[in-house]
Design a protein around this ligand. Structure first.
Ligand code: BES
Ligand code: MN
Ligand code: ZN
Length: 495
């Protein structure tokens, strides 16, 4: 597991900052005025900070960017980072500044002299989010331990907020580690084991194995995994932090590897399909975040873990499969497997929990990458309220999400000659027909949103908040949506 920074939030203490031998970070607004601490450091450094602040380097620096002074005379520190931030800088700018600090500071011990800057938690969030490196498969991995001290005017005022951010980032890192893991390491069984370990945090975890899934009639899910030697599993995670109300549900596609099955994918780039469990990975990370910050909400996470492999036992194109709901599906293309997995777990989740709302996440279609690229996930929903709740939460967290259409007119593309539907609708609007397919397994009265995260779950270039590879997109948005709209839902007893 990639470690989180070892965080301490401490009172302002000048001597401690003088004795810090890692990187010191001071925040300076664009007027270039130093606060009391900064002034004292500047004196010890013979006015070097003042000269930096008077320079063009500082004047031409955008807000949220940083200037580095190495091995400052007069201090023990390895370096001093001047972060250009105003007292009234916004959340986005502040978070981005944290990211800049993470990108420019190589030293693994950082002391931020935050003082009275209000958005310390957002600064720490950006820094911690960007300071991630997946090294589990490197033999000679460097030590990634990372100390972060934040000096603040009042520990009491800042500590909880900063620690809550770190709890959520713990969830993000869990998701990234899962998504980055190769498929021979993260099998359906080892994935389920990692989810079972969440019970330490108070999450109740159930693992449903093949005989049970067979009994429940989850044939569309099982037919995806039947060509693999890894057993298919459904894992149900309950976080009961609320009262007696019905839970909100997260549902995730967990294809640990997608070869395409008998409709085999081309070799080039197939290795990327280790990330096809991204939906399940985000659900797992979001559950972890909720548990770590002890969210006052009931949330259930349901993930379908399967491996899509070709074999003598694999599902064939043309096979007709009966779903748990009872509808039959003609499998035209075994590479459109995610929707087969989701069909059964969406239905199961509603039958068992009657959730107040349901969001599924899936690396579902290549077409969503054509439509939205790697900046935004596609949001398909039967509810204006729920999609707004989610998109505003995502926007606040800087995670891109864009509403896409659904519509009955697209249904004709899913008509099958011999079964109730087929699993693909052709090239045109294929992200939408995938959504229409899922919608058939959603009850009319369940507020539901489907997030197609194929473009955002794992990317080849670094994103605003993460290095190359798994991003953890969605964990923070889901967490915020629960915090903003689904906590403290229990009715006050009347009378
Ligand atoms: N897992 C893929 C979608 C995908 C593509 C995710 C690229 C991430 C990056 C999915 O199972 C798939 O194969 N979809 C097909 C559907 C088609 C056969 C209708 C696709 O998008 O090509
Ligand atoms: Mn596929
Ligand atoms: Zn897939």
């Amino acid at each position: 597991m990639t470690p989180l920074p070892k965080l301490s939030v401490i009172e302002m203490n000048f001597d401690a900052s003088l004795n810090h031998d890692g990187q010191l970070v001071i925040l300076v607004s664009e007027d270039g005025k130093l606060d009391d601490f900064g002034g004292r450091l500047n004196k010890l450094m013979n006015g070097a900070i003042d000269r930096a602040l008077a320079s063009d380097d500082f004047h031409s620096l955008d807000l949220g960017k940083v200037l580095l002074l190495s091995y400052p005379a007069g201090l023990k520190a390895q370096g001093l980072t001047i972060a250009k931030l105003n007292q009234n800088s916004g959340v986005y700018e502040t978070r981005a500044c944290g990211v800049e600090i993470a990108k420019t500071v190589k030293c693994k011990s950082i002391l931020i002299l935050n003082g009275e800057f209000q958005k310390a938690a957002d600064l720490v969030e950006g820094l911690a989010l960007r300071n991630y490196d997946y090294r589990d498969q490197k033999t000679h991995a460097k030590n990634t331990d990372f100390d972060l001290q934040v000096m603040v005017q009042s520990v009491q005022e800042y500590s909880d907020k900063i620690n809550e951010k770190l709890a959520v980032i713990d969830g993000v890192f869990f998701t990234r580690d899962l998504i980055n893991a190769p498929a021979n390491i993260l099998t359906t069984s080892s994935f389920a084991d990692q989810l079972l370990a969440l019970s330490e945090l108070g999450i109740i975890v159930e693992v449903l194995d093949e005989p049970e899934l067979e009994k429940l009639g989850m044939r569309t899910l099982l037919c995806v995994g039947q060509g693999s030697v890894s057993p298919s599993k459904v894992v149900v995670m309950h976080w009961n932090g609320g009262g007696s109300e019905a839970p909100f549900a997260f549902v995730g596609k967990g294809v640990v590897f997608d070869t395409g099955g008998i409709s085999l994918k081309p070799a080039a780039g197939m290795e990327d399909m280790t990330m096809d469990m991204g939906g399940a990975g985000v659900v797992a990370g979001a559950m972890k975040a909720l548990a770590l910050r002890k969210a006052k909400a009931n949330v259930v996470g349901v993930v379908g873990l399967v491996e899509n492999m070709p074999s003598g036992n694999a599902t064939r194109p043309g096979d007709v499969i009966k779903s748990m709901k009872g509808d039959t599906v003609e499998v035209i293309n075994t590479d459109a497997e995610g929707r087969l997995v989701l069909a059964d777990i969406l239905w199961y989740t509603q039958e068992r929990f009657n959730p107040t709302g349901m969001i599924d996440l899936a690396t579902l279609t290549g077409a969503i990458i054509i439509g939205l690229g790697h900046e935004m996930a596609g949001v398909f929903s039967n509810s204006d309220i729920l999609s707004k709740q989610f998109i505003s939460a995502a926007t606040a967290e800087g995670e891109g999400a864009w509403r896409m259409p659904l519509g009955q007119a697209y249904d004709k593309q899913l008509k099958s000659r011999i079964a109730d539907m087929k699993n693909v609708g052709g090239r045109a609007a294929s992200s939408i027909t995938a959504g229409q397919f899922l919608k058939r397994f959603v009850k009319d009265n369940t507020p539901w949103a489907h997030l197609d995260i194929a473009g955002v779950a794992s990317i080849a270039q670094e994103s605003a908040f993460s290095p190359k590879g798994a991003t953890g997109w969605g964990v923070r948005a889901l967490n915020r949506m629960i915090a903003d709209h689904y906590e403290g839902m229990e009715q006050e007893p009347s009378g």
